[in-house]
Design a protein around this ligand. Structure first.
Ligand code: ASP
Length: 331
C-alpha cells in the first residue's frame, strides 16, 4: 500500500515530479488549442514511458513473466471509444486504442489480432522485454512466492532505467503499488469536450490472459458529454459494478454533486463488496474530483486558471473547481 511509512523522501519526490511532468504535458496540449482527446493521449504516452507507473515500460507482469498491456480511450463529445487488451509489442498502447477508435469500425481488439493491427498501422513496436523492469520483476517474484506459485526464469539484463527519449511522467496510480497502479487521465478542452484514457499492465501475477476493468468501456474508462472517469484498483470489482459509467449516471442526477457521485460508487458500493481503488472524475464545467478508499493514490490536477497540484495520500488536498482546460491524472 502507499503509506507514509513505506515511502522514502526520494520516492515521494520522484512521484510528485512525475505527476507534475504529466500534468504539464496535458496542459501544453490544451493551451495550444488541442482537443481533450489529444491531451489525454499525449499525457498517457508520457506516463507509459515512465517506469515508475504500471503501464507501458514498468507495467505489472503476468504470472508467466510477460507484460500484457490493456488500454482504452473515449471521446465524450461523440461517445466514440477504442480499447485493446493483452497486447504485447506496442510501445504506446493508448495510441493503439485510439487507432482502434479512429481506423476501425470496432471498439475493442484483443491479443494477437490487436498486435497485428498495431503493426499494420505502423505504430512503434518493441520487444516484450522492453516493458519489463527489474523492480517489477522483483514484485512479481514476491507475489508469486507469497501465493506459492511457480516463478518463471528471470530474464537477463533487467534495469529500471527510463528510455532515453522521453521525459518522466505519470499521473495517478494506485493504492497498492505492489499489485496495481494503472494510469489514467481525464481532460476538458476549450470547447468543453471531455475525454478519458486509461492504460495499464493489469495486476501483478495475474493469470496470463486475464483482463481487468481498465480497457472495458464503462467499467474502468468512460466519457460522455457531461462527465469523464478513469479508474484504478482491483479490476474485478470495478467490472462487476461498471463503476465509470455509473459515476457519470449518478453525476447527472439532479442535486448530486460530482464528488457525491464518485463517493457513492467508491466509498459506497465498491467498499461494500470488498474492492479497493479510486477514480479521477471531471465534469463539463471543468470541476475535477478524486475518490479513493485506499491510503493513497498518485493524482494531480491543473487548469488554465489554477496551478498544478499533485497529491499522494488520501488526506492530502481537496478538489478543485474551475472552468476551462484541465487535465487530471488518476491512479
Ligand atoms: N485496474 C487494473 C486492473 O485490474 C489494475 C490497476 O488499477 O492498476 O487491471
Amino acid at each position: 500500500m502507499i503509506s507514509r511509512s513505506s515511502m522514502t523522501p526520494e520516492r515521494d519526490a520522484a512521484y510528485r515530479a512525475a505527476l507534475n511532468a504529466a500534468l504539464a504535458t496535458g496542459q501544453a496540449v490544451l493551451a495550444g488549442g488541442g482537443s481533450a482527446l489529444d491531451a489525454v493521449e499525449a499525457t498517457a504516452r508520457v506516463m507509459e514511458d515512465n517506469p515508475l507507473f504500471n503501464a507501458g515500460r514498468g507495467a505489472a507482469l503476468s504470472d508467466d513473466g510477460s507484460a500484457t498491456l490493456d488500454a482504452a480511450i473515449m471521446d465524450g463529445s461523440t461517445l466514440k471509444a477504442g480499447a485493446v487488451a493483452g497486447v504485447t509489442t506496442t510501445r504506446h498502447p493508448i495510441s493503439l486504442a485510439r487507432r482502434v477508435m479512429e481506423a476501425t469500425r470496432h471498439v475493442f481488439l484483443i491479443g494477437a489480432g490487436a498486435d497485428v493491427f498495431a503493426r499494420e498501422q505502423g505504430l512503434e513496436q518493441v520487444p516484450n522485454s522492453w516493458f519489463i523492469t527489474a523492480r517489477r520483476w522483483g514484485i512479481l517474484e514476491e507475489v508469486l512466492r507469497e501465493d506459492g506459485r511457480p516463478i518463471p526464469p528471470r530474464p537477463s539484463g533487467l534495469t529500471d532505467e527510463a528510455p532515453s527519449v522521453s521525459v518522466q511522467v505519470p499521473v495517478s496510480h494506485s493504492p497498492d503499488e505492489a499489485r496495481f497502479g494503472t494510469i489514467g487521465v481525464v481532460a476538458r478542452d476549450r470547447a468543453g469536450n471531455l475525454a478519458a484514457a486509461t492504460t495499464t499492465g493489469g495486476l501483478t501475477g495475474e493469470r496470463w490472459g486475464r483482463v481487468g476493468d481498465a480497457p472495458v468501456i464503462g467499467a474502468g474508462t468512460y466519457a460522455d458529454a457531461g462527465c469523464a472517469v478513469s479508474a484504478t484498483g482491483t479490476g474485478e470489482y470495478f467490472l462487476r459494478l461498471v463503476i465509470a459509467r455509473m459515476i457519470c449516471v449518478h453525476a447527472g442526477e439532479p442535486g448530486t454533486s460530482l464528488q457525491a457521485a464518485a463517493d457513492r460508487m467508491i466509498k459506497g458500493d465498491l467498499t461494500r463488496i470488498g474492492g479497493d481503488g479510486g477514480v479521477i472524475v471531471m465534469n463539463d464545467r471543468g470541476e475535477a474530483v478524486f475518490s479513493l478508499n485506499t491510503e493513497g493514490m498518485y493524482r494531480g490536477t491543473v487548469s488554465s486558471l489554477s496551478p498544478a497540484r499533485v497529491m499522494i495520500y488520501a488526506d492530502e488536498g481537496g478538489n478543485v473547481d474551475g472552468p476551462v482546460a484541465r487535465a487530471a491524472a488518476p491512479h
